[in-house]
Design a binder for this molecule. Structure first.
Ligand code: ZN
Length: 271
Protein backbone atom coordinates (compact mmCIF):
# COMPACT_ATOMS: atom_id res chain seq x y z
CA UNK A 1 0.00 0.00 0.00
CA UNK A 2 1.45 3.33 -1.06
CA UNK A 3 1.23 6.46 1.04
CA UNK A 4 -1.46 8.74 -0.46
CA UNK A 5 -0.84 12.39 -1.10
CA UNK A 6 -1.79 14.65 1.77
CA UNK A 7 -4.17 16.34 1.88
CA UNK A 8 -6.40 14.22 -0.30
CA UNK A 9 -9.08 15.75 -2.55
CA UNK A 10 -11.74 15.80 0.20
CA UNK A 11 -9.37 16.04 3.12
CA UNK A 12 -9.60 18.86 5.59
CA UNK A 13 -7.27 19.15 8.52
CA UNK A 14 -10.04 17.96 10.87
CA UNK A 15 -9.51 14.44 9.56
CA UNK A 16 -6.12 14.48 11.28
CA UNK A 17 -6.73 16.68 14.30
CA UNK A 18 -10.19 15.46 15.35
CA UNK A 19 -11.15 11.94 16.41
CA UNK A 20 -12.06 9.54 13.65
CA UNK A 21 -14.12 6.35 13.85
CA UNK A 22 -13.49 3.46 11.51
CA UNK A 23 -16.90 1.86 12.00
CA UNK A 24 -20.30 3.49 11.54
CA UNK A 25 -22.39 4.26 14.63
CA UNK A 26 -25.20 1.82 15.49
CA UNK A 27 -28.42 2.44 13.59
CA UNK A 28 -31.18 4.16 15.50
CA UNK A 29 -34.57 2.56 15.00
CA UNK A 30 -36.83 5.14 13.48
CA UNK A 31 -40.01 3.95 15.23
CA UNK A 32 -42.39 5.69 17.58
CA UNK A 33 -40.92 3.95 20.60
CA UNK A 34 -37.36 5.31 20.39
CA UNK A 35 -38.31 7.82 23.07
CA UNK A 36 -37.72 10.80 20.82
CA UNK A 37 -34.05 9.97 20.11
CA UNK A 38 -34.39 10.52 16.36
CA UNK A 39 -35.99 13.85 16.93
CA UNK A 40 -33.14 14.87 19.23
CA UNK A 41 -30.56 13.63 16.75
CA UNK A 42 -32.11 15.81 14.07
CA UNK A 43 -31.84 18.79 16.39
CA UNK A 44 -28.24 17.94 17.31
CA UNK A 45 -26.38 19.97 14.65
CA UNK A 46 -28.33 23.03 15.71
CA UNK A 47 -27.82 22.38 19.43
CA UNK A 48 -24.09 21.80 18.96
CA UNK A 49 -23.55 24.57 16.41
CA UNK A 50 -24.96 27.23 18.66
CA UNK A 51 -22.13 26.43 21.06
CA UNK A 52 -24.56 26.84 23.91
CA UNK A 53 -23.86 25.69 27.41
CA UNK A 54 -25.02 22.15 27.96
CA UNK A 55 -27.68 23.04 30.60
CA UNK A 56 -29.17 25.59 28.20
CA UNK A 57 -29.34 23.01 25.41
CA UNK A 58 -31.04 20.52 27.74
CA UNK A 59 -33.63 23.11 28.81
CA UNK A 60 -34.31 23.90 25.17
CA UNK A 61 -34.73 20.23 24.44
CA UNK A 62 -37.13 19.67 27.37
CA UNK A 63 -39.26 22.56 26.18
CA UNK A 64 -39.29 21.45 22.53
CA UNK A 65 -40.25 17.86 23.38
CA UNK A 66 -42.52 18.67 26.29
CA UNK A 67 -40.60 16.40 28.70
CA UNK A 68 -38.90 17.05 32.02
CA UNK A 69 -35.24 18.05 32.26
CA UNK A 70 -34.09 14.71 33.65
CA UNK A 71 -35.48 12.85 30.65
CA UNK A 72 -34.13 15.54 28.33
CA UNK A 73 -30.64 15.15 29.81
CA UNK A 74 -30.71 11.39 29.28
CA UNK A 75 -31.77 11.84 25.65
CA UNK A 76 -29.17 14.52 25.12
CA UNK A 77 -26.34 12.30 26.44
CA UNK A 78 -27.48 9.42 24.23
CA UNK A 79 -27.83 11.64 21.18
CA UNK A 80 -24.50 13.45 21.56
CA UNK A 81 -22.66 10.13 21.65
CA UNK A 82 -24.27 9.00 18.44
CA UNK A 83 -23.80 12.43 16.90
CA UNK A 84 -20.07 12.50 17.72
CA UNK A 85 -19.66 8.99 16.43
CA UNK A 86 -21.36 9.93 13.16
CA UNK A 87 -19.09 12.96 12.73
CA UNK A 88 -16.00 10.90 13.50
CA UNK A 89 -17.05 8.30 10.94
CA UNK A 90 -17.69 11.01 8.34
CA UNK A 91 -14.16 12.31 8.91
CA UNK A 92 -12.82 8.83 8.30
CA UNK A 93 -14.83 8.51 5.09
CA UNK A 94 -13.60 11.90 3.82
CA UNK A 95 -9.99 10.79 4.27
CA UNK A 96 -10.50 7.09 3.84
CA UNK A 97 -7.53 6.67 1.56
CA UNK A 98 -5.18 8.26 4.08
CA UNK A 99 -6.60 6.46 7.11
CA UNK A 100 -6.61 3.06 5.41
CA UNK A 101 -2.96 3.57 4.61
CA UNK A 102 -2.24 4.93 8.09
CA UNK A 103 -3.60 1.70 9.63
CA UNK A 104 -1.71 -0.58 7.26
CA UNK A 105 1.49 -2.48 8.16
CA UNK A 106 3.32 -0.51 5.45
CA UNK A 107 2.49 2.73 7.20
CA UNK A 108 3.65 1.28 10.50
CA UNK A 109 7.02 0.48 8.93
CA UNK A 110 7.27 3.88 7.26
CA UNK A 111 6.40 5.73 10.46
CA UNK A 112 8.90 3.67 12.47
CA UNK A 113 11.57 4.44 9.88
CA UNK A 114 10.72 8.15 10.01
CA UNK A 115 10.96 8.14 13.81
CA UNK A 116 14.31 6.34 13.66
CA UNK A 117 15.59 8.93 11.18
CA UNK A 118 14.49 11.78 13.45
CA UNK A 119 16.07 10.08 16.48
CA UNK A 120 19.30 9.68 14.55
CA UNK A 121 19.19 13.35 13.53
CA UNK A 122 18.81 14.43 17.17
CA UNK A 123 21.55 12.06 18.27
CA UNK A 124 24.03 13.32 15.72
CA UNK A 125 23.14 16.94 16.55
CA UNK A 126 23.82 16.23 20.21
CA UNK A 127 27.14 14.66 19.33
CA UNK A 128 28.70 17.87 17.95
CA UNK A 129 31.36 18.31 20.59
CA UNK A 130 31.36 21.45 22.68
CA UNK A 131 34.99 22.56 22.78
CA UNK A 132 34.64 25.06 25.59
CA UNK A 133 32.07 25.87 28.20
CA UNK A 134 32.60 29.37 29.49
CA UNK A 135 31.25 31.53 32.24
CA UNK A 136 31.10 35.31 31.98
CA UNK A 137 29.66 37.48 34.70
CA UNK A 138 29.46 40.94 36.25
CA UNK A 139 31.60 42.76 33.72
CA UNK A 140 32.65 46.09 35.18
CA UNK A 141 30.92 48.97 33.35
CA UNK A 142 34.15 50.60 32.19
CA UNK A 143 35.55 47.32 30.92
CA UNK A 144 32.22 46.55 29.21
CA UNK A 145 32.40 49.86 27.31
CA UNK A 146 35.89 49.02 26.06
CA UNK A 147 34.68 45.81 24.42
CA UNK A 148 33.71 45.56 20.75
CA UNK A 149 30.42 44.03 21.80
CA UNK A 150 27.73 45.92 23.70
CA UNK A 151 26.37 42.61 24.95
CA UNK A 152 27.76 42.93 28.47
CA UNK A 153 26.83 46.57 29.11
CA UNK A 154 23.65 45.63 30.93
CA UNK A 155 25.61 43.64 33.49
CA UNK A 156 24.19 40.29 32.37
CA UNK A 157 26.15 37.08 32.33
CA UNK A 158 26.45 33.92 30.29
CA UNK A 159 27.10 30.31 30.96
CA UNK A 160 27.27 27.89 28.06
CA UNK A 161 29.18 26.79 24.99
CA UNK A 162 31.63 29.26 23.46
CA UNK A 163 30.19 28.41 20.03
CA UNK A 164 26.98 30.24 20.84
CA UNK A 165 28.70 33.55 21.60
CA UNK A 166 30.75 33.31 18.41
CA UNK A 167 27.80 32.23 16.24
CA UNK A 168 25.64 35.05 17.58
CA UNK A 169 28.41 37.55 16.88
CA UNK A 170 28.42 38.93 20.42
CA UNK A 171 32.13 38.52 21.11
CA UNK A 172 35.38 39.25 19.26
CA UNK A 173 38.82 37.80 19.86
CA UNK A 174 39.93 41.06 21.46
CA UNK A 175 36.89 40.94 23.79
CA UNK A 176 37.84 37.41 24.84
CA UNK A 177 41.41 38.55 25.53
CA UNK A 178 40.22 41.43 27.71
CA UNK A 179 37.60 39.38 29.56
CA UNK A 180 40.15 36.62 30.22
CA UNK A 181 42.80 39.10 31.39
CA UNK A 182 40.39 40.72 33.82
CA UNK A 183 39.00 37.45 35.09
CA UNK A 184 35.44 38.02 33.87
CA UNK A 185 35.62 35.03 31.56
CA UNK A 186 36.32 31.61 33.00
CA UNK A 187 36.72 28.41 30.99
CA UNK A 188 34.81 25.80 33.00
CA UNK A 189 35.31 22.97 30.49
CA UNK A 190 37.84 22.56 27.72
CA UNK A 191 41.42 23.71 27.20
CA UNK A 192 41.82 27.44 28.03
CA UNK A 193 44.94 27.51 25.81
CA UNK A 194 42.86 26.94 22.67
CA UNK A 195 40.03 29.36 23.44
CA UNK A 196 41.54 32.14 21.32
CA UNK A 197 42.55 29.92 18.42
CA UNK A 198 39.69 27.43 18.10
CA UNK A 199 37.04 29.84 16.81
CA UNK A 200 36.41 31.99 13.77
CA UNK A 201 35.67 35.14 15.75
CA UNK A 202 33.73 37.85 13.94
CA UNK A 203 35.62 40.97 12.87
CA UNK A 204 32.98 43.15 14.46
CA UNK A 205 30.55 42.42 17.22
CA UNK A 206 27.01 43.68 17.28
CA UNK A 207 25.44 46.13 19.65
CA UNK A 208 28.10 48.76 20.25
CA UNK A 209 27.11 52.36 19.64
CA UNK A 210 29.64 55.08 18.94
CA UNK A 211 28.13 57.17 21.77
CA UNK A 212 29.02 54.51 24.33
CA UNK A 213 32.73 54.66 23.62
CA UNK A 214 35.20 55.98 26.13
CA UNK A 215 36.80 59.11 24.69
CA UNK A 216 39.65 61.54 25.22
CA UNK A 217 38.48 64.24 27.67
CA UNK A 218 40.00 66.91 25.45
CA UNK A 219 39.67 66.06 21.76
CA UNK A 220 36.98 63.34 22.07
CA UNK A 221 39.00 60.72 20.16
CA UNK A 222 37.86 57.17 20.92
CA UNK A 223 40.16 55.36 23.36
CA UNK A 224 40.78 51.62 23.28
CA UNK A 225 41.46 49.23 26.13
CA UNK A 226 45.25 49.67 26.17
CA UNK A 227 45.01 53.46 26.02
CA UNK A 228 42.69 53.50 29.02
CA UNK A 229 45.18 51.19 30.75
CA UNK A 230 47.98 53.62 29.92
CA UNK A 231 45.96 56.49 31.42
CA UNK A 232 45.52 54.47 34.61
CA UNK A 233 49.29 53.92 34.77
CA UNK A 234 49.80 57.68 34.42
CA UNK A 235 47.54 58.28 37.42
CA UNK A 236 44.53 59.33 35.33
CA UNK A 237 41.91 57.04 36.87
CA UNK A 238 38.78 59.14 36.20
CA UNK A 239 37.13 59.04 32.82
CA UNK A 240 37.06 62.86 32.58
CA UNK A 241 40.87 62.87 32.82
CA UNK A 242 41.55 60.23 30.18
CA UNK A 243 43.56 61.56 27.23
CA UNK A 244 44.52 60.25 23.82
CA UNK A 245 48.19 59.87 22.85
CA UNK A 246 48.30 63.26 21.08
CA UNK A 247 46.78 65.11 24.03
CA UNK A 248 49.17 63.25 26.35
CA UNK A 249 52.07 64.36 24.14
CA UNK A 250 53.24 60.79 23.56
CA UNK A 251 54.43 59.31 20.28
CA UNK A 252 53.14 55.96 19.07
CA UNK A 253 56.57 54.42 19.61
CA UNK A 254 56.75 55.61 23.19
CA UNK A 255 53.25 54.29 23.91
CA UNK A 256 54.00 50.98 22.18
CA UNK A 257 57.10 50.50 24.27
CA UNK A 258 55.35 51.33 27.58
CA UNK A 259 52.35 49.14 26.76
CA UNK A 260 54.64 46.30 25.62
CA UNK A 261 56.57 46.42 28.87
CA UNK A 262 53.44 46.22 31.04
CA UNK A 263 51.94 43.57 28.81
CA UNK A 264 54.96 41.29 29.12
CA UNK A 265 54.88 41.68 32.88
CA UNK A 266 51.32 40.30 32.81
CA UNK A 267 49.50 43.51 33.79
CA UNK A 268 45.73 42.91 33.30
CA UNK A 269 45.23 46.47 32.03
CA UNK A 270 46.80 45.57 28.69
CA UNK A 271 46.16 42.93 26.06
ZN1 ZN B 1 42.82 63.80 22.72
Amino acid sequence: MKRPELPGPDCDIECITEPVAFTPPPLVQGDLFDGGLNQVLNMMPELVDRAKQKPASIRRLAKALGIDEKAARKLYEQAIQIHDHREAYQRYLRCKEYWDWRRSPEAGIEIDRYRAEMDELFRSAAEVPVRHYVEIHHVDQEVARLLDSGFWDAGGGYYGPMDWLVDMGVITRKDVEILLKRGYLRVTQGDPETLLTDYAYPEQAMGRWLDDRIRCGECKAVLDYNLVGLNHKLGRTEEAHYRCLTCLGLSEEQAYSIIGRYKSSGCPLFV
